[in-house]
Design a protein around this ligand. Structure first.
Ligand SMILES: [Zn+2]
Length: 168
């Protein structure tokens, strides 16, 4: 990301305005633009470009997107008291389908909206979360908040149950 640095008269840093690109930095600051200042890692949290408003992922967001969830890793976090919000994924997080879930997908392929949705958002059996599209596909199959013909014990089903956005 890019920053526009603001200093006081003693040369101390008083503000760092975030931008998604040098273009936005230049456009927003006009004559105050002090030159290219990119290649910054940014904050832990997500920020917005001060010019175009585009979301700039912070380190936490980047880490989440890089990680691929698996059934084993998610099930290891199960809580006997039923607090299972580790199945709640945000947009861009990825999950690798099990062999059983891939079989389910082959079975519903071409027959249900959920299959189209998963296939569209999947590469090498790794699904990338799209909470709105997922909720819509479940709704279009008349199943929200469940997935048609998939065991409710499967991790993919749990992820969908906790993560999908309910359509209006
Ligand atoms: Zn921008």
């Amino acid at each position: 990301m890019h920053y526009h640095i603001v200093e006081n008269q003693d040369g101390e840093l008083t503000d760092a305005v975030p931008y998604c690109s040098d273009f936005c930095h230049r456009e927003h600051q006009g004559i105050l633009y002090r030159g290219w200042n990119g290649c910054h890692e940014g904050a832990d949290y997500d920020q917005e470009c001060a010019n175009c408003g585009e979301k700039i992922l912070g380190l936490d967001g980047i880490e989440k997107q890089a990680k691929i969830h698996t059934t084993e890793k998610l099930q290891a976090l199960d809580d006997e008291h039923g607090d299972n919000y580790h199945y709640q994924l945000v947009d861009g997080e990825r999950y690798k389908l099990t062999d059983g879930e891939v079989e389910w997908l082959d079975f519903v392929r071409g027959r249900y909206c959920i299959a189209d949705h998963v296939i569209e958002n999947m590469e090498d059996n790794i699904y990338t979360m799209d909470t709105i599209g997922l909720g819509q596909a479940m709704e279009d199959d008349g199943m929200f908040p469940k997935i048609v013909m998939l065991s409710e014990d499967s991790v993919l089903h749990r992820i969908a149950f906790f993560s999908a956005n309910e359509p209006d």
